[in-house]
Design a binder for this molecule. Structure first.
Ligand code: ADP
Length: 499
């Protein structure tokens, strides 16, 4: 490559007409050629040959109207273009032109009138670009947008007046393109939003941030409202000047209604849960204080009944002694009730710290709490552990095993089996007996406080044992249930997370 020293530049051959001509000749992307004043082709470059398909020899001396379609020729377009260029000095347009092989291309054309020093027209310079691909891409894109019906896609000029409108916009907002183009987009806003200046804020935000996204009520042509999700994008030209906005709007009324409904339901549920929690909390603190406060007078009844029997048994007759016995055992029973109730309410008040707990060890300590433990078969693998609060687990087991022993068939001791096995990440523990069994209609009820199926003189008890079991297991993250029917014995089971 040769370099041209700066000081010799002015005099360099690069300034000559011949060099300039060579430059024009070698341009391939533009057809650059000259016409004489009547429109006959005078020069031809490589770009012209490439775009229009004629070689220089073929075309020089031919009239340029052959680049136009038959229709344009008949309408006098070629002459009109030259006239306009001659009058204005310069003429520019886009339109279809014809190649040598008859095919069409979309041309961007600039025609410049060339005059001599005296102002006499000596010809025209013509620069043509082939924009077919760009036009096709634009057209495809425009068609695509026009055919979209689920979204309103339209454009605004820089002041917010509507410049284009697709079929989705017509469907969603109800206006045809003819009705709405040219009108300001604030017509879609509610009077309240318009008064608050929302349309202006939307455009200002889009302008400042490049885009704006939001949801809100919008108004259709018929005055009805819909919940819109909108995206506004600011469009800038190469110089950074705002040229307008594109706007995409979706009608999401149904989605919003659904969401609102779900939200309303959730709020109602939350309210109910909170009310129930409040009631439960009230009940618990009530039963806790009742249990506490009942124990003092009970102790007094028990104490004085004992004292009466010890000190006055001799001077009381048999009936009076019998009454005293009944007072004493009623007090004992009452005491047990209060004790169990206290235990039950404490279970929901205390935080149970869970730790890996051996099921076998829990069964052992449950048995230690029971008195008559004959006829029990323990089938619990030593290595099985669950996450539990050890004393609470032992208490639950003790209640279940105690019941299994207690509710035996009259005159026959029950055979009780305590078994445990792993089951899908949990451990299932079962306490089975061959006792009296329970009708399935009572299976839920017996887990409630004070629910018993028998009179106190046939089977002793307070009716709190199973309520304690259920609450204990559930507070440790497990669940309880039973399989039982009258005469078939019962299997109470619970599951806790396995370690
Ligand atoms: P309690 O044993 O103090 O009566 P529970 O809450 O432990 O109270 O039990 C409630 C009721 O469930 C019992 O009164 C009894 O009717 C029934 N029940 C519990 N366990 C068994 C069982 N293993 N076999 C038959 N019935 C049972």
């Amino acid at each position: 490559m040769t370099t041209v020293p700066q000081n010799r530049f002015r005099r360099s051959p690069l300034g000559s007409d011949a060099v300039f001509r060579r430059l024009v000749d070698s341009v391939e992307d533009y057809a650059i050629f000259m016409l004489d004043p009547r429109g006959y082709v005078a020069t031809w470059n490589r770009g012209a040959e490439r775009i229009k398909g004629y070689s220089a020899e073929e075309i020089i001396g031919q009239h340029f109207s052959r680049f136009y379609s038959q229709r344009d020729q008949e309408a006098g377009r070629p002459e009109a273009v030259l006239r306009a260029a001659a009058e204005e000095g310069h003429y520019q347009e886009e339109g279809w032109r014809i190649r040598k092989d008859g095919s069409r291309f979309w041309a961007s054309v600039v025609v410049t009138a060339v005059r001599d020093d005296d102002g006499a027209l000596i010809g025209f310079g013509k620069i043509t670009r082939d924009l077919t691909e760009r036009r096709q891409a634009e057209q495809r894109y425009r068609l695509l947008i026009e055919r979209v019906t689920d979204y309103a896609i339209f454009s605004l000029d820089a002041r917010g007046n509507i410049a284009s409108w697709n079929s989705g916009a017509e469907r969603i907002k109800g206006y045809s393109a003819e009705e709405i183009i040219g009108r300001h987009f604030s017509s879609f806003y509610t009077p309240e939003d318009r008064a608050a200046g929302l349309p202006q804020k939307v455009l200002a935000t889009a302008r400042a941030n490049g885009h704006y996204e939001g949801e809100g009520w919008r108004v259709r042509k018929d005055g009805s409202r819909f919940w819109a999700s909108i995206v506004v994008t600011a469009i800038f030209d190469e110089e950074g000047q705002l040229t307008g906005f594109s706007k995409v709007t979706r009608d999401i009324t149904e989605r919003k209604q659904l969401l609102d409904e779900i939200r309303r339901h959730a709020q109602e549920l939350e309210l109910q849960v909170r009310e129930r929690e409040a009631t439960n909390a009230d009940l618990e603190s009530f039963s806790y204080s009742v249990s506490h406060d009942l124990r003092a007078p009970l102790r007094a009844i028990e104490g004085f009944a004992t004292a009466l029997r010890e000190d006055y048994a001799a001077i009381l007759d048999e009936t009076a002694n019998d009454y005293l016995d009944r007072i004493g055992s009623a007090a004992v029973r009452m005491n047990r009730l209060v004790h169990d109730l206290l235990h039950y309410s404490r279970l929901s008040r205390l935080d149970l710290a869970l730790e890996p707990t051996s099921v076998h060890a829990a069964v052992e300590s449950a048995l230690a709490q029971l008195t008559n433990i004959e006829g029990i078969d323990i089938r619990v693998p030593g290595e099985l552990s669950v996450m539990a609060h050890p004393p609470t687990l032992a208490q639950a087991l003790s209640n279940l095993i105690g019941n299994a022993l207690k509710f035996h068939v009259a005159g026959r001791q029950s055979h009780v089996v305590v078994a445990a096995r792993p089951l899908e990440g949990k451990v299932r523990v079962e306490v089975s007996d061959d006792g009296i069994g329970i009708d399935p209609v009572y299976h839920e009820r017996i887990f409630q406080v004070f629910e018993r199926l028998h009179a106190a003189d046939s089977y002793a008890g307070t009716g709190i044992g199973l309520a304690i079991v259920k609450r204990a297991i559930e507070r440790m993250g497990g669940k309880v249930g039973l399989d039982s029917s009258p005469g078939q014995g019962s299997t109470f089971w619970f599951e806790l997370p396995k370690v």
